[in-house]
Design a protein around this ligand. Structure first.
Ligand code: URA
Length: 227
């Protein structure tokens, strides 16, 4: 069992790799890699789609209107951002906020799986269709799946996967907001169940081989919640 400090250090290693990533053409148009932010030791993770313009500029996930709604819904269940870890399927913004392409998702998914492997969340809430389809490995849409928890393996880790509507979809559709709020209300009970049984062989994550060059400490601290 890793300590919170070990988790954070290992996660920083993944971040150091991701911030120079050129694995897909999105690196040509991004301003900042949006690795994810929050508590590296969280039991609860949220996974959205991809950074938008605000996120790309600030280097942090869910900082626009959808993020404000996410904060409000978290508040309603007695939590806030520093209790959770928030990431996206893509770490770089697709131009004009278009949908992610399959080759971009494929190029980026290893970062997400390594985040999950290191954070070891009990519950992963997928927000919307892209993260739900990616993590479930099938094409069933969010309107059929939302609010139905299931045990799934994500990379080498078994988690309680809990598909939710994307907050952006709830911003202007009251019935979607109502469903999202009702689904959110069940999160604390799901987290309280604790982790599901794990697959038998989980290999330890190797230590990062060599330190990457330094980057502004403030951004690094925000992304990993080291306030
Ligand atoms: N929408 C997402 O899916 N992710 C973000 O970070 C912001 C908006």
């Amino acid at each position: 069992m890793r300590s919170a400090i070990e988790r954070r250090e290992l996660l920083k290693g993944v971040y150091d790799e991701a911030r120079d990533c050129v694995a897909c053409p999105l690196h040509e148009t991004r301003t900042t890699v949006v690795f994810g932010a929050g508590n590296a030791d969280a039991d609860l993770m949220f996974i959205g789609e991809a950074p938008g313009a605000n996120e790309d500029r600030m280097g942090l996930p869910f900082v626009g209107q959808a993020g404000k709604l996410l904060d409000r819904l978290l508040g309603e269940i007695g939590m806030d951002r520093k209790d959770v870890f928030v990431a996206n399927t893509l770490k770089c913004r697709p131009p004009d906020n278009r949908d992610p392409y399959p080759h971009e998702l494929a190029a980026c998914q290893d970062y997400l799986f390594r985040q999950v492997e290191l954070i070891e969340p009990v519950v992963i809430c997928t927000l919307g269709n892209f993260s739900t389809k990616l993590l479930r490995g099938d094409a069933t849409g969010i309107s059929r799946l939302h609010g139905q928890p299931e045990v799934r393996e994500v990379g080498p880790r078994a988690v309680r996967l809990y598909p939710l509507y994307h907050p952006a979809a709830a911003l202007y559709t009251p019935s979607t907001l109502e469903a999202l709020r009702a689904d959110f209300a069940r999160i604390p009970d799901l987290v309280a169940l604790g982790p599901p049984p794990q697959p038998t062989s989980i290999d330890p994550v190797p230590e990062p081989e060599e330190p990457a060059p330094e980057q502004p400490a403030e951004l690094q601290a925000q992304q990993l919640g080291l306030f």
